[in-house]
Design a protein around this ligand. Structure first.
Ligand code: ASP
Ligand code: MG
Length: 405
C-alpha cells in the first residue's frame, strides 16, 4: 500500500462517460488500499476554446487576466470528477492549485513552481479522502492565479509526486505508452515497457509528444517513477525511470523533427574567430542552433552550415546579412526543404556500429545525408523532406527486425 499520483489529460475527461471511466480507475486504485492524489487537465479542447473566447473580446489581453480565465478549465474538471466519485460512494475532495499549495513564480502564462505547501494535501489524505487537484495552475506572491504553460498538468502531477514522495506517478493519456516510432508512420512500431529519463527527454524534444518536457526533467531531478498509460485500456504502459534493465534493444526510438531549416554561409575566411562571431550574433537574439557543420578550409576559405527552428530562419538570415562584411562571407544560402531524423538509445554508448547501421539503412533506401550530429545517446541526420517517412521506416526496420519481442 502506497501513495499513487494519477494524472488524466483533457481527452480522458472530455465528457460524462469519460469522467465516469476515470472515476472507475481512481476508485479501483483506492479500493486496493492506496492513498490517491489525482491531477486533471481541462476537458477536451476547453483551454483552446477559452483562448478563442478571450481573443473575441481583446486580441491582446494581459497575461494576468488570461491566467484567471484559463485556470477555470481545470476547475470545471476537478469538480465534475469529484461529483462522479461522490456518486460512486467514495470520500473525495477537489482542490484548486492554490488550495493544494502550489506557490509559483510570478510570470503569468508560464510560471514555474517554487514550492508546494502540502499541509492541506496531507490532511485530506489523512482523512482518507481521494484528493483531486487542478493541474496547470498555482498562485504567486501577489496572491494572483498563475498557469504553468500549455501542457503543464503533467508537471503539476510530477511536482506533487515528488513533494509527497509518492511511490508512482501515473500519467494517463489517450495513447497506451511510448512507442519506438510514430505508429501512424511506422507499421511495426512497438510499445516500450521501459525508457530512461534521458532517452525520454531526447524523444520528447524530437517531437514524440507524449509527456511535457518539464515534467520529465523534474521527474529525473527528483527521481519520480513515471508511468505513461492509456485511460481507455486497462493494461500496463511505459515506465520512465533512471535505469532500465539491460535488454536487446539498442535503440529506443526513431523520431522525425520537421521544425528545421538549414542555413549555409559560404566562402568564409579560414581564420580564427569566425564561428564565434557567427554564433554569438545568433545567440544574442536567442536563436537556438542545432546541427553545425564546418568544412575543412581550402584555398583559405571555409563554409559553415547549421540548422535553426523554421520560425527563426528569416531573422537569422537578416541578422547574418547585416554582418556580412564583418564575417567576410561570399554568400548565405538557406533551405526549408529538410527534416531531422534521429535515433535515441542509451545502449549506443557501449555498442559500436550503431551509426553505421543507421547510415546503411539510409544508403539502401537511396537517401542522401546532408548533415550528421551525434551525442552520447542520439544520432541525427538532416535529409530531404520528401524522404522523411521512408527514412524513418528504413531505419526502424534496420534496428527492430533483429529483435524478438
Ligand atoms: N489545460 C492545459 C492545456 O491544455 C494544461 C494541460 O492540459 O496540461 O495546455
Ligand atoms: Mg492538455
Amino acid at each position: 500500500m502506497g501513495l499513487i499520483v494519477q494524472k488524466f489529460g483533457g481527452s480522458s475527461v472530455k465528457d460524462a462517460e469519460r469522467i465516469f471511466n476515470v472515476a472507475g480507475i481512481i476508485t479501483e486504485t483506492y479500493k486496493q488500499g492506496h492513498s490517491v492524489v489525482v491531477v486533471v487537465s481541462a476537458q477536451g479542447d476547453t483551454t483552446d476554446d477559452l483562448i478563442e473566447k478571450a481573443h473575441e473580446i481583446n486580441p491582446n489581453p494581459s497575461k494576468r487576466e488570461m491566467d484567471m480565465l484559463l485556470s477555470t478549465g481545470e476547475q470545471i474538471s476537478i469538480s465534475l470528477l469529484a461529483m462522479a466519485i461522490e456518486k460512486l460512494g467514495y470520500p473525495v475532495i477537489s482542490l484548486t492549485g492554490w488550495q493544494a499549495g502550489f506557490i509559483t513564480h510570478s510570470n503569468y502564462g508560464s510560471a514555474r513552481i517554487r514550492r508546494i505547501e502540502s499541509e492541506r494535501l496531507k490532511s485530506e489524505l489523512d482523512k482518507k479522502n481521494i484528493v483531486i487537484v487542478a493541474g496547470f495552475q498555482g498562485i504567486n506572491r501577489y496572491d494572483d492565479i498563475t498557469t504553468l504553460g500549455r501542457g503543464g498538468s503533467d508537471t503539476s502531477a510530477v511536482a506533487i509526486a515528488s513533494q509527497l514522495q509518492a511511490d508512482l506517478c501515473q500519467i494517463y493519456t489517450d495513447v497506451d505508452g511510448v512507442y519506438t516510432a510514430d505508429p501512424r508512420i511506422v507499421k511495426g512500431a512497438v510499445k516500450l515497457d521501459e525508457i530512461t529519463y534521458d532517452e525520454m527527454l531526447e524523444l520528447a524534444s524530437l517531437g514524440a509528444n507524449v509527456l511535457h518536457n518539464r515534467s520529465v526533467e523534474m521527474a529525473k531531478k527528483y527521481n519520480v517513477n513515471l508511468e505513461v498509460l492509456s485511460s481507455l485500456e486497462r493494461k500496463p504502459g511505459t515506465t520512465v525511470k533512471e535505469v532500465v534493465k539491460m535488454e536487446k534493444m539498442l535503440i529506443k526510438g526513431v523520431a522525425k523533427d520537421e521544425d528545421v531549416a538549414r542555413i549555409a554561409i559560404i566562402g568564409l575566411p579560414d581564420t580564427p574567430g569566425i564561428a564565434y562571431k557567427i554564433f554569438s550574433t545568433l545567440a544574442q537574439k536567442k536563436i537556438n542552433v542545432d546541427i553545425i557543420l564546418q568544412s575543412i578550409g581550402r584555398h583559405n576559405t571555409k563554409d559553415i552550415s547549421f540548422t535553426v527552428p523554421r520560425a527563426d530562419k528569416e531573422t537569422a538570415i537578416s541578422l547574418l546579412e547585416e554582418k556580412y562584411e564583418l564575417f567576410g562571407a561570399e554568400k548565405i544560402e538557406s533551405c526549408d526543404n529538410v527534416v531531422k531524423v534521429s535515433i535515441v538509445g542509451a545502449g549506443m554508448q557501449s555498442n559500436p556500429g550503431v551509426a553505421a547501421k543507421m547510415f546503411e539503412a539510409l544508403f539502401e533506401a537511396n537517401i542522401n545525408i546532408q548533415m550528421i550530429s551525434t551525442s552520447e545517446i542520439k544520432i541525427s541526420v538532416l535529409i530531404d523532406r520528401k524522404d522523411a517517412n521512408v527514412a524513418v521506416n528504413a531505419i526502424h526496420d534496420a534496428f527492430y527486425q533483429t529483435i524478438e519481442k
